[in-house]
Design a protein around this ligand. Structure first.
Ligand code: 2OP
Length: 224
């Protein structure tokens, strides 16, 4: 029954398959004692800018948003950085670490159709996925860049339905960003929230269907 219900699985990239906070190591080398704080604020601002730009209808791609949010962090935390250090941190985004167990979960979920649907631009996603050695796992790597608006706009989730040719009800959407899982649920996907930190569900009026604590639990949950 599980097999027919979830004909395809669509994954969020940043924070779900890839650990955005793997940049903290490089941040710590540049600003000792501040690596984790820089990484946390960088991610928070990056997401805020995606939502704000979408509401303003002033889309710029995720590379620009990621750069602008790092500029903000340096100004807000009053930290010095050279052009080369800034460039090295932006480069880190092209080789983020995968979460432990993520690659195995992808292998266990085959031969279902798997896809990525991300805020990332193709120019950011492609090298990151290649670096992780998982390009062959996906039937499609989809970017919000083709609709020029960020998650959780419904037009973004529609990209997966159109690209995979599978009805929304048969696509399981997987995200560790609760607001993204809620957005996908509101759109019409059955959703899996990977809640690694034991956080409460966001009060957005569309709760995820399944709450798992890591990606290793996903193959069994999908098959149940
Ligand atoms: C992604 O779309 C939400 O940043 C997250 O990959």
């Amino acid at each position: 029954m599980g097999k027919t219900r979830f004909e395809a699985l669509v994954f969020d990239a940043y924070g779900t398959l890839f650990d955005v906070h793997s940049v903290a190591t490089q941040c710590e080398l540049i600003w000792p004692g501040k690596g984790a704080a820089v990484s946390q604020l960088w991610r928070a601002k990056q997401l805020e800018y995606t939502w704000q730009r979408s509401l303003m209808r002033r889309y710029e791609d995720f590379n620009k948003v990621t750069r602008d949010s790092l500029h903000y962090v340096c100004a807000a935390m009053k930290i010095e950085r050279s052009g080369q250090q800034f460039a090295s941190l932006m480069d880190e985004y092209l080789r983020l670490a995968m979460f432990p167990g993520a690659a195995q979960a992808l292998r266990d979920l085959a031969p279902r159709k798997l896809a990525i649907l991300s805020n990332g631009s193709p120019a950011m996603l492609e090298p990151m996925i290649r670096h992780a050695g998982i390009a062959g796992a996906f039937a499609a790597v989809l970017s919000v860049d083709s609709v020029k608006v960020y998650k959780p706009d419904p037009r973004v989730y529609q990209l997966a339905v159109d690209a995979l040719g599978v009805p929304a009800a048969n696509i399981g959407f997987v995200s560790s960003n609760c607001w993204d899982a809620c957005g996908a649920k509101a759109f019409g996907f059955p959703t899996f929230w990977i809640n690694r930190g034991g956080a409460p569900v966001d009060g957005l009026g569309a709760a995820p269907d399944f709450i798992l604590s890591n990606l290793g639990e996903l193959p069994e949950a999908v098959a149940a």
